[in-house]
Design a protein around this ligand. Sequence first.
Ligand SMILES: Nc1ncnc2c1ncn2[C@@H]1O[C@H](COP(=O)(O)OP(=O)(O)OP(=O)(O)O)[C@@H](O)[C@H]1O
Ligand SMILES: [Mg+2]
Length: 340
Amino acid sequence: MAKGLDVGTMNIIAAERHGDKTTLTQQRNSFVEIEYSDVAEKMLARSDVLYIKKDNQVFIVGEDALNFANIFNTATRRPMQKGILSRDEKSAIPMIRLIIERLVGTPKESGEILYYTSPARPADSPNQDVLYHQKTIESILRKLDYTPRVINEGMAVVYSELADNQFTGIGVSFGAGMTNMCVSHYGLPVMTTAVARGGDWIDSQVAEATGHSKDRVTAIKEREFEINPENPQGEVQSALTIYYDNLVTYAINTLKREMARAKVEEGLTLPVAITGGTASCKGFKDLFERRIFEANLPIEISKVKMARSPLYSVAMGTLVAARAEEAETLEELVAVDSKK
Ligand SMILES: Nc1ncnc2c1ncn2[C@@H]1O[C@H](COP(=O)(O)OP(=O)(O)OP(=O)(O)O)[C@@H](O)[C@H]1O
Ligand SMILES: [Mg+2]
């Protein structure tokens, strides 16, 4: 058996098979630090809250971090920023280790294969150390006795969404920290790229432009926002529409430039699959379609496919990739995917 793990800036999601079903488990990639004396020991010990005690501090990690932050009126922190481990957060590694341990547990057999995602080196921020991030996650998984294999996040989108086109096409994941893009030919990455912008960038820009707090902007965006350029409702919605359009155009321009640089064969006809939490608001597919057809890429776009579950499709793709390692042919792999 095999497992998959999507390591994202905001969400970490594990995928595995139970009989005929795929099970997904999720944790927020965040934590909060609280004075030990403030939290009743019993409150922690009796619940399944994920925490670490260190000297006089307690770190509440994952899903419960936000609740505790609200109760104790303090801010959550994040192990990752812009798609990779944060270099400004000294507690990043122990926190993400705890989240990963909770999600993937111990392997069913020693050396079980586990595919985990890594972003591409961002075209607009080439100094970001993706390799260090990747190797750190790998080492955490290896210590748990898995055999870790890395998969590019855009490639995981292709595995999840483009089985019906023999894993050929373009996968794009609009996450919190980054936007990852990949051109795949029969299940092999021809070109991968990314931009170090995603939902977090939109939130910061809108907060800056409107004077609202970033948390407030995120809440509005996730709860009630709809991209409607002709008729934006209210100040925050108008600003969100502007920055959504800016992000999509910026990502597509980068894709175009990087495809030319990688000399992706011209004249191909490829589908594009889009996913990620940032792609899940209403109107996103229309906006993306409009901008990608305007962009005149060196290839033809046959269709734009929106993932059915934008928050989970990358994780599902990692599981398809992991199970594909056990399948010997592309036909078998398509069969594996159709059972997902
Ligand atoms: N309904 C929604 N509408 C708009 N944005 C949303 C919605 N739900 C979640 N988001 C945004 O999606 C982002 C999280 O998406 P996702 O889980 O795909 O990112 P991630 O994988 O953690 O990050 P990355 O891949 O960049 O490292 C956040 O910016 C969040 O605010
Ligand atoms: Mg992601």
